[in-house]
Design a protein around this ligand. Structure first.
Ligand code: SF4
Ligand code: SF4
Length: 154
């Protein structure tokens, strides 16, 4: 038998046995969800609840009709020059995995009283997309990421 293949098989057997032995240890936390959280949350991949995933999927109904931007007072008054508007927020969330770190300022605005006291974009959306609820979910997930990063830094 090829020695490299034999080595690979032995290594695989060793890892398999080790894996199950470690799982038998009730005090070992480095498995399953705990391991996922440790490895991926600081990199910007937080867990999402079924409700959060459902709301995110609703963004996929966006037809880019621009009705939400048309009624947004922030865009009309150009008060926040960095803010690209609710349509861009919904489209970016619907077409790709969110890049939470880059969306920090936008999420802070969309979850602030400026928006939660307004909600005109949601009321105008013909698809009934819960724009601000999606922003609240993303803000909560950004908080989870920052907490994990802070824990990793200490
Ligand atoms: S809730 Fe915010 S984003 Fe939506 S229309 Fe009002 S100011 Fe614009
Ligand atoms: S109003 Fe609704 S469907 Fe139209 S662009 Fe805005 S989020 Fe998309």
């Amino acid at each position: 038998m090829d020695l490299k293949l034999l080595h690979a098989y032995l290594n695989l057997m060793y890892r398999t046995v080790l894996h199950y032995l470690r799982r038998l240890n009730p005090f070992h936390q480095d498995f399953g969800k705990e391991r996922f959280l440790t490895n991926y949350v600081p990199d910007g991949l937080p867990p999402a609840s079924p409700a959060q995933r459902g709301r995110r999927r609703e963004a996929g109904r966006c037809t880019a009709c621009n009705a939400c931007d048309q009624v947004c007072p922030l865009l009309a008054d150009r008060l926040h020059t960095q803010f690209t508007g609710p349509m861009a927020f919904v489209l970016s969330g619907a077409r790709a995995a969110p890049h939470y770190a880059d969306a920090g300022e936008e999420l802070a605005l969309l979850t602030s009283p400026v928006c939660t006291d307004c909600r005109r974009c949601e009321a105008e959306c013909p698809e009934g997309i819960p724009i601000l609820s999606i922003a609240e979910d993303a803000q909560a997930q950004l908080h989870v990421i920052r907490q994990a990063q802070d824990r990793g830094a200490t």
